[in-house]
Design a protein around this ligand. Sequence first.
Ligand code: SAH
Length: 244
Amino acid sequence: MGKVYLVGGGPGDPDLLTMKSYRLLQSADVVLYDALVNKDILRITKPDCLKIYVGKRDSRHTLPQEEINELLYRFARVYDKIVRLKGGDPFVFGRGGEEFVFLRERGVEVEVVPGTTSAVAGPSSALIPITHRGIASSFAVITGHPNRGINWADFVKVDTLIILMGVKNRQKIARELIDAGRDPDQPVAFVEKATTPEQREVFTTLRELFENPPEVETPAVMVVGKVVEIGQMVLKELPISSKL
Ligand code: SAH
């Protein structure tokens, strides 16, 4: 029986891969990868490595999760080193936990290799500090997927909100946060395609997002909170202390 590595491929820039992920990719017999993985990363693999796309993006599922689990199990019975490569960190909205449990229950050795999550790399690559002394001392990472039943009122008092998979649902999220008591003037940023050459930031406010939502391309990390202003000021080279 081979070993399966649940590897975090980082947010996009191949240079943000960990040394450990890099080494595992170099020696893998099989790599199963997702849509959000930067395809340049796959060049690290050896020439005879089997590379299989099992990616899902929103509703365009290529393979249902059960089939991915089954595939991993079958490969583990044939090959030595199987890398399950996911965008960001495998255990942040990546269903890595499900794959881990499925394989362990069947006696397969599994190792988790953490990666840099877009939840953190997204804002920081847009110069938005998710915590900042005197301004933000807490943050939450939340799914914005429409059918996850998030109670947005639970997060009103968290200083910085980091929302993944929230682009489609952005207008509704803004309304729910305002209804729950969050300041409508609070700034919001979307960081599209973070850490790639196509990275782009869209700045708005909760009110504007609710009344007249700007265009945003996926994938994007949504950030809500005062710290967003710091990013904007840094970009415009304004003194930070003058406004906050
Ligand atoms: N495991 C991943 C998250 C998977 S959920 C991680 O740790 O990063 C998918 C969501 O992640 C997307 O909807 C988007 O919100 C975010 N995302 C992933 N890569 C991104 C990138 N390069 N730029 C912006 N958002 C990204």
